[in-house]
Design a protein around this ligand. Sequence first.
Ligand code: OXD
Ligand code: MN
Length: 593
Amino acid sequence: MASSLEALRRWVDETAALTRPAQVHWCDGSDAEYRGLVEAMLTSGDLLELNQATHPGCYLHRSHPSDVARVEHLTFVCTRDEVAAGPNNHWMAPATAHAKMDALFDGCMQGRTMYVIPYCMGPIDSPLARCGVEITDSPYVVANMRAMTRMGAAAQARIEREGRFVRGLHSTGELDPERRFIMHFPEELTIKSYGSGYGGNALLGKKCHALRIASWQARDEGWLAEHMLIVGIQNPQGKTHYIAAAFPSACGKTNLAMLIPPEGYRRDGWKVWTIGDDICWMRPGSDGRLYAINPEAGFFGVAPGTSQDSNPNALATIAHDTIFTNVALTADNQPWWEGLPGTPAIDWQGRSYDAANGPAAHPNARFTVSAKQCPTWSPKAEDAQGVPISAIVFGGRRPSLLPLVMEANDWTHGVLMGAAMGSETTAAATGAVGVLRRDSMAMKPFCGYHYGDYFSHWLSFDGNGAQLPKIFHVNWFRKDAQGRFLWPGYGENLRVLEWMIDRIEGRAVGRESPVGTVPADGELRTDGLDLPAGTLDMLLDIDRAGWQAELAAIGDYLQSFGARLPPRLRAEQQRVAQALEDTPARTRHAIAS
Ligand code: OXD
Ligand code: MN
């Protein structure tokens, strides 16, 4: 149904005149519409039916083998002033970028259907939610957007009421990596994406809107758009603390968001509630606390490694009505990936499985599913006002140095911890895997403006009656000299979250060190865990010489943001570096060198 909003109608007409589709379809988000799309994709081969006896409503999509991940080198922020995009983004002048993209879009939808997808990021009636419209020629994108956003008639009605929306134009084009660009025009609330059908490049509500454009809007409007999961931890007394955690792509956000408490905790009555697994929008409430919503309505999760051990809730979530992308198949047509029992018969490219060809499932194979199917999905996820955040957690894959957990002294120190975040790269983006890179607040690929300004924005929340959450840093990925993980991770991470809650509620005293406060002896519950003697000491050890080098590296990294680096952050790095110098070389656990 065409829109009553003149600006929307005009943009759709102009886009159709440029791309010249055979027909235009306005998406209403209905079940009948979804069924029709699936039928058409089964006929065209865009979708393959999976074993409906074991996986009802599940389908497989195989992408082009060169189109399997986000392409950061082809992703641009196009601001009038180049400096505004920052050294953390690739930049192109808006006029040049529009001309380049419009040439690619010229006639690109001939013979195809152009879909108009009105969507809302966040609960449909939430003042924190924001709307957009994606125009695409990919029915796979429509089907995914239906799971990932509140898509269709209700979103269109809100857009027509508000008169304001983010414009996203997408075409899969020829899937030629030489003709592939993901362009963002934050000043125009516009996205143009061409040449990729892969999630992060093509589902424009997610990374493009909810992070790159939204981070820009958030800076202007006084809120935060972050690459964070949101999880509720309910203690045996029935009190729930909500925690937002930023980890880089493919570092376990989905696992933490759906954590199953260890046996003893379950017996005691602990419960975990999932609010979101990838994106968090937060703003100060009238009581000074930060309130958060998950702008998404579904999960676009990494399949490999998802198993009964790592994430049984995710497995239950994706047992039906799920779209799988680039997974392998068993002989009886069930989806399969590394980490699951059984054996693959067909690999992600549709070939007979042969170990010589590499993993059976692509390492960045994904599932797309409505969050409502998650057994731990919280009713609060639909709350228009959002949930109050008690703690913000930063973390990455750090095989050495970073302790299992540490707490920042205050907000400024916490912002430094977030800015200093580093992690080994993963398969979620193209490029080398396992290389350490700084990824401030896990937003390196997603912050839509200059990181220096972004750090200032973070610092600006401190003051004026703010009741800010405590900030922590965790590292589930610390290894011993033989390269084995020291910490069991997954459900056992609740032990670390419990310590955080004890700190928030004033029950744990912790042991201070210049780089942060770690759990004091006996504060981290290890009952029921088979940790070899000395492991916990290693996990909580602060190596002074290593930290001195780390602080110097953080200082160099911060300097790379030049004049836009907030002096307060520079001063904080110097304060911590000095405190390390001033501390005696040996304080048990806290300083050992
Ligand atoms: C994602 C990512 O898909 O961060 O969530 O790459
Ligand atoms: Mn992500």
